[in-house]
Design a protein around this ligand. Structure first.
Ligand code: NAP
Length: 298
């Protein structure tokens, strides 16, 4: 790795808390591999400091940051420009700090979770023609990116199952302002009956809740009383652990599974490319994946 010197460029992660994040190891491994004099550092920012922290990033010449929980929606009013896909999703996970001319710096917000999710699906050969209906559990920031990505891909119907029905209705009405999306989403309160109903129609299940995350690795959004349908592909956004209880239930009946690491890697690669202008090859994507897998195993 290059020594830090007067030309080192800085990017990082803004969120609270972020001590568990694998992004610094993942991004720095690629800077080293490409011989770039850049560093990715964690910026844990408590909620009362977020506005001043964003100003400070510009003042310090930071080139960009990832934005994570709880700020993906909260940062929107602080931005000078927002990418169309981030506006559609209503959430930003990547900031670029750009020169706006006359010495002024501007904050540009984008969302790489949405295309990162689509790329993760495409990388396993997921075809829209064979997957007309998808079920998504959760209605938070991650669910917004996932649902926008699915609708953009052309999925005919997205079932949104959430504990708080008001929240999923709000999500549907906000995302539904775009094209014909409102008619392609359907919501149910999360329950065993709703899981069975949606699973009977869907071929892909996406868990966009934190259920199953360490230290609650024994938990699953799929109750033990229901047999797990073997026709479902399961994408669990949760990590760590790498193989959540939900993914173990799915794998036990022979269903195809995708871990949360895939989204972490794909969205991280797209953010990297936005900041540096470099194109990452499959070698670098695989390096990121390996670093994350090793980071979880530690
Ligand atoms: P969020 O905005 O806080 O939303 C959480 C959602 O999960 C809400 O819809 C909430 O339902 C639901 N939920 C929470 N606890 C639940 C429980 N015990 N049972 C059922 N539903 C529950 O969080 P987020 O940003 O969307 O993130 C969701 C998960 O995705 C997190 O674990 C996060 O780490 C993960 N994630 C992973 C990646 C990746 O790169 N792999 C990227 C983004 C997010 P209510 O509305 O009813 O409260």
């Amino acid at each position: 790795m290059n020594a830090i010197d007067g030309r080192t460029q800085l990017v990082g992660l803004v969120g609270w808390p972020i001590a568990h994040s694998l992004s610094p190891q993942m991004q720095n491994a690629v800077f080293t591999s490409l011989g770039l004099n850049w560093r990715y550092v964690p910026f844990p920012v408590p909620p009362e400091q977020i506005a001043v922290a964003l100003q400070g990033l510009s003042a310090l010449g930071v080139r960009g940051v990832n934005i994570t929980t709880p700020y993906k929606q909260l940062v929107l009013p602080f931005l000078d420009e927002i990418a169309p896909r981030a506006r559609e999703t209503g959430a930003v996970n990547t900031l670029l700090i750009q020169s706006g001319g006359q010495g002024k710096l501007t904050l540009y917000g984008d969302n790489t979770d949405m295309p990162g999710f689509v790329q993760a699906l495409e990388s396993i050969g997921f075809m829209v023609e064979e997957n007309r209906q998808v079920m998504v559990i959760g209605a938070g920031g991650a669910a917004r990116a996932v649902i926008s990505g699915l609708l953009q891909m052309g999925i005919e119907r997205v079932w949104v199952l959430n504990r708080d029905l008001e929240k999923s209705r709000t999500l549907i009405s906000e995302l539904g302002r775009h094209a014909d999306w409102a008619t392609r989403m359907q919501t149910r309160p999360l329950s065993p009956d709703a899981l069975e109903e949606a699973a009977a129609a869907a071929t892909l299940l996406v868990n966009a809740t934190p259920v199953g995350r360490l230290p609650d690795a024994a938990a699953s959004i799929w109750p033990d009383v229901l047999a797990f349908p073997c026709h479902l592909t399961v994408f669990d956004l949760v990590y760590p652990p790498q193989k959540t209880r939900l993914l173990q239930q799915a794998a036990a009946v022979g269903a195809q599974v995708i871990t949360g690491i895939e989204l972490l890697v794909q969205q991280g690669a797209l953010s990297f490319e936005l900041w540096t202008g470099e194109h990452l090859t499959p070698f670098h994507i695989n390096l990121m994946r390996t670093v994350c897998q090793q980071g979880i195993a530690e």
